[in-house]
Design a protein around this ligand. Sequence first.
Ligand code: SF4
Length: 600
Amino acid sequence: MSDAPVQTQAGLEAQPPMPVRRLHNFIYCPRLFYFQWVENIFQENADTVAGSHVHRNVDAPSKLEDAKELGLPEGAKIRSLRLESEALGLIGVVDIVEGGPDGAEIIDYKKGSARRNAEGERVAKEPDAMQVAAHALLLREHGVNAVRGAIYYAADKRRVPVELSEELFAKVRRTIEEARGVAASGRCPPPLKNDARCLYCSAYPICLPNETLWWSKRRKPAETDGQTQFGFIGQTEDAVRDRILEALDFAAESGKGPPTLEPPRPEHDDGEVLVVQTPGAQIGQRGDQLLVSVKGEDVRKIPGQQVRAIYCYGAVQITAQAVETCLDLGIDVSYFSPAGRFLGLLRALPASGVDARRGQYRLFELPGVRLQLAREVIRAKIHNQRVMLMRNGDVPERVLKLMVNFRDATESAREMTELLGIEGNAAAIYFEQFESMLKQREDWKFDWRGRNRRPPRDPVNALLSLGYSMLAKELTGVCHAVGLDPFLGFMHQPRYGRPALALDLMEEFRPLVADSVAISLVNRGELGPEDFMRGANGTFLSDRGRKAFWEAWFRRCDTEVSHPEFEYKMAYRRMLEVQARQLWRFVRGEAAAYHGFTTR
Ligand code: SF4
């Protein structure tokens, strides 16, 4: 059994000097190092933000010349000293260098506490000690002899000494070599298993370590899994395939007991979605607040930190300052036409690297892989349509049986056209029965004649169209966030302006999210015929109707649902991301199959 890490498609060929903090990442977890150094995926969590706060007192940068000019006499102190060495292949910023009687002392700041040894004494944690030693090596390279090191642990409010031994320096040099080797390999190391380090890791929401191990164990037999059957890993690439599978086995089987599955922590704190739909409204910024005004009058003020996303409907302006704040804080701004069509998205540059995109472009060229993924999302969609009919409708048993037949037939579809035929037949039956899920009212008789669109010609179709548009928008944002290209799908064809992958990923969620919102708005009496406008261009919601729609939409997205495999509960909004991250794993070669989301 090999402990080779998982093969991905890229590595760092020409490596610039590595920041010492990446070395610290490597010692903490090689996978975290790979995410941050090779793939450029950065993720802040409460710990990293608090860490930056701890450094605020030492972050006034100095230059090495200051140290040389000063000669570091006893008592001299230099803050945030930036050092680089080509020979070491390192670059780093030392928090504080102090001149002492026999040489310099390095002090690095850390947010947490020191470790206690067997005697109960405070000692530096190993990655922290190695970071200090790496800084000492950098200083030596520049002619300053560092004889002592220490870590100031903010939680303990005290300095803990680090002995700068030759043994420690040798270990640092070896670790630099190992880290550079991993970076050059193009193989993302497998996740740790049931390891306490994951609890404090900022990359946890991206890494999903236990879910990754779980998915790797749920691999189908080699002759039927997607990577082998459909040529992801071709016959000529047997060695690569074996390495992937061995690495996954190693990761899944190392450690004791099965992976512990906890709901993944959110990537960001959940904030509010600010919906602005008054024509002529303006979104501005004052201090750390976002300000909505209409005709010069302030109508809403909210701290930017509390906003997760902004939806702008029609003629809504946003000032340059507010745009900058949104980009800084990671607030997505979505633009819709007055009728609710999703037009586009403003969001900060994606942090993810290129591995996933390369894998996506390569794999989605392969008809077998496209078919395998499409089968899974269509199977899940038909299953979920049947669940909706069972939960909400009054449907004959034979219809439910037919839906089971269609669902199961997806697994043996050999061509995309065959699969789409099955999907179309199932959809025809589902929408034939759709009316049975709607409570008829005395004052509102539905003239349901099945699904119609572009434009929707009746209120229920208007609600469905808006719901699907919202799902496409959500998943477009999710694809960007996880590092997938939303415009290259495995089932929907690429077409100008069409987020084909978002449309693919939304299939399994259409009935459970969009259809469910439409049914609940009607059945709970939250909308009536007066909330729709009908014209030659179709049927659309009025402003009041849209408000009711948003409330129902956010309610549904925040509804918790059990994950079919992990069994923990999470909101639908988070589930969209977990599914997209599962696909991210597949295209990076960390999972052999994609499992659609189904509910009971
Ligand atoms: S979550 Fe765990 S396995 Fe994943 S990068 Fe962080 S420490 Fe490593």
